[in-house]
Design a protein around this ligand. Structure first.
Ligand code: 5GP
Length: 190
């Protein structure tokens, strides 16, 4: 998505540790008009897949998931990272390693909200090593739901998580594909 690449070049900052900061439109302040266009792009890619639910992980996936769901007219379910009092014990759960916090956490969704009849599009803001998407796929597998595919706004292709998932036969689409990045040399797209 050309506009996304332009926005990343204009507003993104590369931090040590392979972290791209795009807090001005995706991760902290949300550019809703722009994210609507991102949502429409995901809709165009997956519109023939009979998606009836979008699954993401809190927090940064939620905005883009909602703006995509607007086009599919379907609900968004987001996996929770903390076991809060308003979440019952009736959950599907999976372990996920957090890329940005470098910690492991258990992500959970209420069993009432994910069913074997669901056709799920999994979305997230970034795809790096693939841990977050893998954990979300695991939740769908536990429910017996069908994963029609995964979408990432930004894929750091050189970290290979996307290609590992594709090698398992999972459809993975990303809207900006970064071939390399470093604070010294900047960002290069595929
Ligand atoms: P993965 O699980 O694929 O290794 O990493 C994806 C998750 O880590 C995403 O949910 C995202 O929040 C976070 N993440 C990975 N790489 C980056 C990055 O370069 N920048 C930001 N802001 N988040 C990232």
């Amino acid at each position: 998505m050309k506009l996304l690449e332009q926005k990343i070049m204009a507003e993104g900052k590369v931090y040590p540790g392979d972290v791209l900061k795009v807090s001005s439109f995706l991760n902290h302040k949300l550019d809703v008009d722009f994210l609507c266009q991102v949502g429409e792009e995901f809709y165009q890619l997956f519109k023939d897949c009979d998606v009836n639910k979008i699954l993401t992980i809190e927090a940064s996936g939620i905005g883009v998931a909602c703006l995509t769901a607007h086009f599919f007219h379907c609900p968004v379910l987001f996996a929770k990272k903390a076991k809060t009092t308003n979440l019952s014990d009736n959950v599907y759960s999976a372990k996920a390693h957090s890329y940005t916090h470098n910690t492991d956490s258990i992500i959970r969704v209420d069993k009432d909200y994910l069913a074997a009849s669901d056709r799920v599009l999994i979305l997230d803001d970034f795809l790096a090593n693939g841990a977050a998407l893998t954990a979300l796929i695991e939740l769908c597998n536990q429910a017996g739901a069908t994963v029609v595919g995964c979408g990432a706004v930004i894929e750091k292709v050189y970290q290979n998580g996307g290609n590992r998932l594709r090698a398992k036969g999972i459809r993975v689409e990303s809207l900006a594909r970064i071939a390399s990045m470093s604070p010294e040399d900047g960002i290069k797209f595929c």
